[in-house]
Design a protein around this ligand. Structure first.
Ligand SMILES: [Zn+2]
Ligand SMILES: [Zn+2]
Length: 334
């Protein structure tokens, strides 16, 4: 299993986050936001295989690269086309679907797009079809949000939280499933030969009294699972952008982010410009570092800086953050 991430764009351009989850059996690709030039920076094979496009919100700097994403994928039918947006923003996505001349589409066009609107109480979904030139919003069943999880994927989940950016902005947390491995040293120390029984060992917990045949003898499965299996927590990454990291938000977010491996977080303003952050509902370097410290995350990756700052000032912002949370850094190459 592996979870890899790539911050797209540069300090002076729009940004996005690409996450790939590889379980060994399945690969899943997630793109968080789609600013100008961001999908262009992806390997074309990855771009054509994005499983979920998760928008924080639809301000221009987060959606301006969508045309390329849509152009290469609008008619694909080898996987579902899923887009996630905050509640009330689905119509903007639909209007982007419709913003082209579709006179050549016909019944052979296979593309079907599901637009999920994430609200505080429920997720509403509408489907749009390429063969209809995306004219009609087809209602799909809504589901209540009993938990934060909105995507239950192959070996991973994605949680969504609504943040305050003057408009709702969705934060996402990707969590790999825990990895269960066989301790091969113990296996060989016991003289157990590998075989099909290992699949059962790694599978569901033993039922009471269940045995498994190893080297021609029956062994108590529950005892073997306790002895031979090693469970390692999965990796995790959070994507937080365009929100006001005010004290109340920090209180709400810290328990959710507790122990997350990597937090990729906006850093629009210097600590001394908190009044600007207040005015446009963004966050300062010190505020997001305080959040990372409170949640004791693995590391904090700062991105989405205000264009008002020079490269030298961005380094000063990194230093401000590191004074509060030493494991703060820029994306590679920034
Ligand atoms: Zn915004
Ligand atoms: Zn933004």
């Amino acid at each position: 299993m592996a979870l890899t991430l790539q911050v797209l764009g540069t300090p002076d351009t729009d940004n996005a986050l690409f996450v790939k989850v590889d379980t060994g059996q399945a690969q899943s690709r997630l793109l968080f936001d789609c600013g100008d030039g961001c999908p262009h920076a992806l390997d074309p094979n990855d771009l054509r295989a994005i499983d979920h496009l998760c928008f924080s919100h639809l301000h221009m700097d987060h959606v301006s690269g969508f045309d390329l994403f849509f152009r290469v994928n609008f008619d694909r039918d080898d996987r579902a086309n899923r887009i996630w947006v905050p509640s009330g923003s689905g119509e903007i996505v639909a209007n982007r679907f419709r913003g082209f001349l579709w006179n050549l589409v016909g019944p052979s066009q296979k593309g079907e797009w599901l637009v999920h609107e994430i609200g505080p109480e429920r997720v509403e979904t509408r489907a749009y079809l390429a063969r209809e030139a995306f004219r009609t919003a087809h209602e799909r069943p809504a589901w209540p949000r009993r938990a934060r999880t909105v995507i239950d994927g192959a070996g991973f989940t994605v949680e969504a939280l609504l943040l305050d950016h003057g408009t709702p902005s969705v934060a996402y947390v990707v969590r790999e499933a825990a990895r269960v491995n066989v301790d091969t040293e113990k296996l060989y120390a016991r003289g157990f030969k590998p075989g099909p029984w290992l699949n059962r060992l790694r599978g569901a917990p033993a039922t009471p009294g269940e045995t498994v045949d190893v080297n021609g003898a029956a062994h108590d499965l529950n005892a073997l699972q306790g002895e031979l299996l090693v469970t390692t927590p999965g990796d995790s990454v959070a994507y937080l952008t365009d929100f006001r990291c005010a004290p109340a938000a920090l209180e709400n977010l810290a328990p959710v982010l507790a122990g997350v491996g990597t937090v990729v977080c906006e850093c629009q303003f210097r600590a001394g410009d908190a009044d600007l952050a207040d005015a446009v509902m963004h966050s300062t370097a010190v505020e997001v570092a305080q959040l990372a410290a409170r949640a004791n995350v693995g590391k904090l990756v700062l991105f989405h800086f205000s264009a008002r700052y020079t490269a030298a000032e961005r380094y000063e912002m990194l230093a401000e953050a590191r004074d509060v949370f030493p494991r703060a850094e820029f994306p590679p190459g920034w």
